[in-house]
Design a protein around this ligand. Structure first.
Ligand code: CA
Length: 395
């Protein structure tokens, strides 16, 4: 494999002062991003006093690794030197740090069409002891298609998935092959699942269906006790409502839940997810319909939680990671979004409940997945056929 010193990326990172987006074409016009941004500071000269031990940002190199067929999710598996990679077409692969790639047997049949197929994979809290993993994928059934979540056991040495049980499903199944979302995250004893509105708009505000929601489940897939909409119906699953297509879920170091959401034409969002909140889709959006018809923007007092950062025009965030590694200390606790149509990696500074877009590195390819390796390197997966793994390390 080639080692690529990305001069263009280094140049962008180096000339980008704090708070200054290096790429005018990818502007952030969220109020937090523009009003709170300090002015760019000049590059320190040799006569300056010693720099602070933590820089404003980092330069990095990009190493290109193996290519996959439409990679969707990457997950480092604790206690191993292996990362799991899902491919939308239905394959689950294990990639060892020496570059060896092995396909896993025992993966379920998945419905592959449009945005649907095999989705996310995450290790369970007991992975090191018993191999428990959670997977999401799309199946066909009565009424159409829908995402499901399964729990099984992954034997890394044998590259085998066993004891797989479906523990949650989108209800109802509907026509079409878009906006499944089906991103997974575990926080302690809770499993969060993003459930897209299936391009049907109104389910996001319908409390009788679990489409257009973020749900909070037990690790067995049942509604978690204490959920905010607990009323005996399916709403017992819901943690938040009014979502369109949430393809990124991540926890910050203080335990807050953040989500990246694909907007319509414009209006992509980074949201702080609060128990019981409604994020407004399709009643409000800082974007508009593809037809050009406007949707009312988020506004104070409308009853909906506005995004902390939004993007118009769209960058199409396909993933969200919050950095907790050691290699890039200036980025600790910051959010990283992989942009599909934006073909970029985007860094958003998180400070408590405040979020400010800081950097947008053009990658020249649609970026599907973002993950932190155990050693603190940042790994990306490009989208599409031949999508490569990319490894970012300090220059
Ligand atoms: Ca609007």
């Amino acid at each position: 494999m080639r080692r690529l010193t990305a001069l263009a990326l280094l140049g962008l990172a180096a000339c980008s002062g704090p708070g200054e987006s290096p790429t005018p074409a990818a502007t952030t016009d969220g109020p937090a991003a523009t009003s709170a941004a300090p002015s760019a500071s000049p590059t320190p000269t040799t006569t300056s006093p010693a720099p602070s031990p933590i820089p404003e940002t980092h330069e990095f190199t990009v190493t290109e690794h193996e290519a996959f067929d439409e990679p969707w999710a990457v997950a480092f598996l604790p206690g191993t030197d292996v990362m799991a990679v899902t491919e939308r077409g239905g394959a689950l692969k294990l990639r060892a740090m020496d570059g060896t790639v092995t396909e896993v047997s025992g993966v379920p049949d998945v419905h592959v069409a449009g945005q649907g197929g095999l989705g996310d994979i995450i290790p369970g809290p007991t992975f090191e002891a018993d191999g428990t993993v959670y997977l999401s994928w799309v199946e066909r059934g009565d009424g159409g298609t829908g995402a499901v979540v399964g729990r099984g056991r992954l034997d890394v040495g044998r590259a085998e998935l066993t004891s797989l049980d479906v523990i949650w499903e989108q209800t109802p199944k509907v026509s079409g092959d878009g906006h499944f979302s089906h991103r997974l995250l575990i926080d302690g004893e809770h499993l969060f699942v993003s459930s897209g509105e299936r391009q049907k708009f109104t389910p996001a505000q319908d409390m009788t269906v679990n489409l257009g929601k973020i749900v909070r489940l037990t690790l067995d897939g049942d509604p978690a006790p204490g959920n905010p909409f607990a009323d005996g119906g399916i709403a017992e699953q819901f943690w938040s409502a009014g979502h369109r297509n949430v393809l990124g879920l991540a926890l910050d170091p203080e335990g807050r839940l953040w989500a990246s959401e694909m907007g319509p034409k414009g209006g992509d969002e980074l949201n702080l997810i609060v128990e019981g909140a409604n994020y407004g889709w399709p009643e409000v959006s800082n974007g508009s319909h593809y037809s050009g018809e406007d949707i009312p923007d988020h506004a104070p007092g409308d009853g909906f939680d506005p995004p902390k950062v939004f993007w118009t025009p769209s960058i199409s965030p396909g993933s969200l990671m919050i950095y907790d590694g050691d290699l890039f200390p200036a980025w600790y606790g910051d959010a990283f979004l992989g942009a599909l149509s934006g073909e970029a990696l985007v860094r958003v500074d998180l400070d408590g409940e405040t979020a400010t877009e800081k950097e947008n590195w053009p990658m020249g390819e649609r970026i599907r997945a973002v993950a932190t390796a155990p050693d603190g390197a940042i790994w990306l997966a490009e989208d599409g056929d031949g999508g490569r793994l990319l490894e970012l390390r300090p220059a």
